[in-house]
Write a protein that binds this ligand. Sequence first.
Ligand code: SF4
Ligand code: SF4
Ligand code: SF4
Ligand code: FES
Length: 311
Amino acid sequence: MSMVTLTINGQKVTVPEGSTVLEAAEKLGISIPTFCHDPNLTKPGACRICVVEVQGARNLPASCVTPVTGGMVVETHSAAVLEARRTILDLILANHPLDCLTCEKSGACKLQEYAYEYGVAGTTFDGERHDYPLDDSNPYIVRDMNKCILCGKCVRACTEIKGQHAVDFARRGFETKVSAPLDNPLGESECVFCNNCVTVCPVGALSDKQLLGKGRAFEVEKEPVTCTFCDAGCEFDVVKRKGKVLGVAAKAAAVGRPLCLKGRLGLDFIHNPGRVNPPLMKDDNGQWVETPWEAALGLSEVVAKLARLKD
Ligand code: SF4
Ligand code: SF4
Ligand code: SF4
Ligand code: FES
């Protein structure tokens, strides 16, 4: 494999030919903001928040789709780059509800994170705003298209990972939106509830209904598990708060198999009051007391009954 050496922010880095400037910067530990980029999906180069300055170039190219070339000199945080990123954030916020106080995504939202990082407190543009109704028609996903930044990750995840193509871009210009076919609610689409789109959405436009209002990203823990309901072995995250399981979340695009309904629905038993508890044994006073399973199963009566059942 041939390698290419370039300079980013004054540091030399060598990466395989065909790498992007974004990947080369990541190798140096330099963080460039991204909205539409996902390493597991195709690259549309659509949002432009990842622009960088390349010596000799006439404009600021998007680093996620710009291949490295030998001797390239790149600045990821020059004055021109910072101004461009601030303008992009300003434009996004011109048509975005600033609902961070109550938004499910607060604390894990890329728009919120970058607005903070680049010091963009609101918009300087005064224009029309969308006022879409919430789409609550899907049993597992709530869609708030007023918060959508049109990055297209959900469309690509649904098509490229799940192969379902339940959503796509509809309409044109200011009216452009992500929609199910014929602009029907998501509940009337071919959606199979894998929730990959929710996982890849960088903002609060898509929320997991199962987890709604139960805690935000910084209040919950995620534990990776492999589903045992069938032999496919899907991997997903169990979402917990203070030790109590709240639900499950699909992993990032292309990490493991997309989650199916068995893994999503088979949760109720965990905290079900009807679940078998530790065995009880009557003590000499006739009171029920908890007994370890080893002791309970070792009781001659239990052993005899199990043996009879086996026979
Ligand atoms: S999507 Fe992000 S920026 Fe928008 S309201 Fe929610 S947390 Fe705030
Ligand atoms: S949940 Fe899965 S199938 Fe449904 S829209 Fe999202 S990615 Fe597509
Ligand atoms: S719903 Fe989320 S993932 Fe889909 S285009 Fe909008 S912001 Fe991007
Ligand atoms: S992240 Fe590069 S163009 Fe969107």
